[in-house]
Ligand binder design. Structure first.
Ligand code: ADP
Length: 263
């Protein structure tokens, strides 16, 4: 639990720091980009100076892209949690995810027949899935398979004694697995750290999994990662079962279940 708390505090201070720096940085980059553009207009296209200015412009543009990601990470998004059926939420994302990962990767969707409702902002599920799928795509790099699965799991006292920080209860599972390059021990130990990346400069920011971690913890959920080098990876996300105390809402969801036939 201590590790999880430390991680949450670190995420928050990194977020605040990153937000402040990114904001000022973005303004400076605007000045650099603007002047590079003006100078480019005046420089003769055949002169060496033109290429140098172009380099400055490209690097400033890349920096601006990274700052934008930082700002998105740091910004406390206003969230509107609502009761969700995770299968419906994933299904509404499938077309977008297929386009994102391309035709070389086979996307397999394995919804469980029974899932418990969760209460969270659906755009947070979108963010989790997009980040995990981009990572899977990078890990596969070529032809491969990506599986999205749902399910339900009850953590009892024994499980929580063995898994530090987990809290007993009913959870809805959302798992993303790939048959990509997998991870070594060092990567597994650091992958949720903000800015930890093994990707080349300009490709990874190291903020994807830190963001996923932040969202899951904000919703009192947990993450398990299973991976070995060369054996692919599985990210299992457990979100707490939402129990609706308002009988009016329960009636609506039961009616929906009967009509939709998902039970
Ligand atoms: P980024 O993708 O920008 O590097 P992330 O926080 O999303 O940042 O991921 C951190 C690191 O975790 C990656 O650089 C990579 O080494 C590792 N990683 C994440 N997902 C996977 C995966 N599915 N397979 C192998 N390695 C992964």
């Amino acid at each position: 639990l201590q590790t999880q708390l430390n991680q949450a505090q670190r995420m928050e201070s990194v977020g605040r720091l990153a937000g402040g720096v990114a904001h000022d940085f973005n303004n400076m980059l605007g000045v650099i980009l603007g002047h590079a553009e003006l100078a480019l207009l005046r420089a003769d296209e055949n002169h060496d100076l033109h290429d140098d200015l172009k380099e400055i412009q490209n690097a400033a543009q890349r920096s601006a892209d990274i700052t934008k990601q930082l700002l998105a990470f740091a910004r406390k998004q206003t969230i509107s949690p609502k009761q969700l059926d995770i299968n419906d939420t994933v299904e509404s994302m499938l077309n977008m995810l297929r386009r994102l990962i391309g035709e070389d990767i086979d996307l397999v969707w394995q919804p469980a027949a029974h899932v418990w409702p969760v209460k969270m902002d659906p755009t947070q599920i979108d963010q989790i899935l997009a980040n995990l799928c981009v990572n899977a795509m990078d890990a596969i790099s070529g032809v491969g398979k990506l599986t999205i699965e749902t399910g339900r799991k009850t953590f009892d006292e024994d499980y929580c004694n063995d898994h530090q920080g987990f809290i007993p209860g009913d959870y809805t599972l959302l798992a993303v697995s790939d048959n990509g390059c997998g991870m070594d021990k060092d990567t597994l130990e650091n992958l949720f750290e903000p800015f930890f990346t093994t990707k080349e400069v300009g490709k990874g920011t190291g903020l994807g999994l830190a963001t996923v971690y932040g969202i899951v913890r904000q919703n009192n959920g947990f993450i398990n990662v299973y991976s070995e080098p060369g054996q692919g990876a599985t990210f299992s996300i457990y979100l707490p079962r939402f129990v609706d105390d308002d009988p009016a809402d329960t009636a609506v969801s039961e009616k929906k279940t009967a009509a939709g036939g998902t039970e």
